[in-house]
Design a protein around this ligand. Structure first.
Ligand code: CTP
Length: 393
């Protein structure tokens, strides 16, 4: 493996010297990029001696031009250790003011951040928010360990020992990161169309299928935006946007669409909404109540009209002539794939953990037996990956 190790200024640098030695000893190649603050703790010469490679401390004045880009092309992954609160803040805001942050922002390969700092800094609202932003972008975080801190006392914030970092890096890189660098929008759950401030028209969709897809895509390294109506605990490492109505879902999906590589619409979007929801709670004054419904915009159809490079995957929840109906929707909405299921079948459909699906593309269809929704998510993403690779060629 070829690693770039980004070293920022923290007392834990001495462990990184050992980390570089460990990687070198087992045959990995390592190049070090240091912040100015890091050079106050150890000299670049030290890392040069143990890595037997050039050390970068500045974007300018290197032997090669655009060295930061060449380095990112050269490596398989970048590890930032120790990552100070300052560097984490810069990474999350996209600031590229030094060699380390400039290399990091240009990375198109796995980026692993190992924070190390005082416990109060680590637990601060800013660092917590910045780390969670990085996670939603597919950056992997190796949690600091607990123990004696350089500033005195005990707490969380210590850089893990070098052998522990090696172990965790190996584990992270052995996971399939086949969707790294891809932005995927996943919608989930049934929309809720307001009747008045307390009531809505809803449907039986639980959001389980969409949440399973979001989790599986994030596990493959994708940057996932989960637009959901569901109350389920969202998976880690995804950006969650909670919505209620079809109109809200449409607004968010459209706002995220241009920069995305794929949209997986697993949400059960209500076809109709109440024309004019009451602004006050409706009282039971009369024996009957008539609600006028108007058609909702078809989010997926609209995306099908305006897509340029995005892959579109829809769902067709049917109760009869499943395949025929699904194929018609695939064509009408200009989709790349549709996931059809008979929601009346046992072990399929709403609020259960399993599903029975048929994946349909313009090339044909593939029917699968009953599976866990997590497994269905994997087969959908396998197909999505095929589309995304063809797209590149
Ligand atoms: N969909 C959408 N916007 C809508 C309705 C549906 O984006 N207003 C999406 C769903 O998320 C799903 C697919 O379109 O991916 C389902 O297609 P659709 O034809 O709307 O299915 P049904 O609502 O089941 O349609 P019908 O009632 O005509 O069978």
């Amino acid at each position: 493996m070829k690693f770039i190790i980004g070293v920022s200024g923290g007392i834990a640098i001495y462990k990184v010297v050992d980390l570089v030695r460990k990687f070198k000893k087992r045959g990995d190649e390592v190049r070090v990029v240091m912040t100015k603050a890091a050079t106050k703790f150890v000299t670049p010469e030290l890392f040069r001696e143990i890595s037997l490679e050039p050390v970068m401390t500045d974007v300018f004045g290197n032997d090669e031009t655009a060295a930061h880009i060449k380095w990112t092309k050269w490596c398989d992954a970048m590890i930032i250790a120790p990552a100070t609160a300052n560097v984490i803040g810069k990474l999350s805001s996209g600031i590229a003011d030094e060699a380390l942050t400039t290399v990091a922002i240009a990375m198109t390969k796995p980026l692993i951040v190992v924070p190390a700092m005082n416990e109060a800094m680590y637990n601060s609202a800013a660092v917590t928010a910045n780390l969670s932003t990085l996670k939603t972008r597919g950056v992997k975080i190796i949690d600091p360990s607990k123990g004696e801190l350089a500033c005195g006392g005990e707490g969380v914030g210590r850089l893990p020992e070098s052998e522990e970092i090696v172990k965790q890096v190996d584990k992270i890189l052995s996971q399939k990161k086949t969707l790294f660098g891809k932005k995927i929008i996943v919608t989930a759950g049934g929309t809720r169309e307001p009747i008045d401030p307390v009531r809505y028209i809803g449907n039986r969709s639980s959001g389980k299928m969409g949440h399973a897809i979001a989790k599986a895509a994030a596990d493959r390294g994708a940057q996932v935006v989960l637009v959901t109506t569901s109350n389920l605990t969202p998976p880690e490492n995804v950006r969650v946007i909670n919505v209620e109505s079809a109109e809200q879902m449409r607004y968010i999906v459209n706002a995220e669409f241009e920069m995305s590589d794929a949209v997986i619409m697993s949400a059960a979007v209500a076809d109709y909404r109440v024309a004019e929801p009451a602004t006050q709670k409706i009282k039971k004054n009369s024996d009957t109540l008539t609600l006028e419904l108007v058609k909702n915009p078809d989010i997926l159809f609209e995306l099908g009209q305006k897509k340029n490079h995005q892959i579109l995957i829809g769902f067709a929840a049917e109760t009869q002539t499943v395949e025929e109906n699904a194929i018609a929707k695939l064509k009408k909405k200009n989709l790349d794939m549709i996931v059809a299921n008979d929601v009346t079948a046992k072990g399929a459909g709403f609020a259960v953990d399993t599903n029975i699906v048929t994946l349909i593309t313009s090339k044909g269809l593939n029917s699968y037996p009953q599976m866990q929704k997590s497994e269905v998510a994997e087969i959908i993403l396998n197909e999505l990956e095929k589309f995304l690779t063809n797209d590149k060629n």
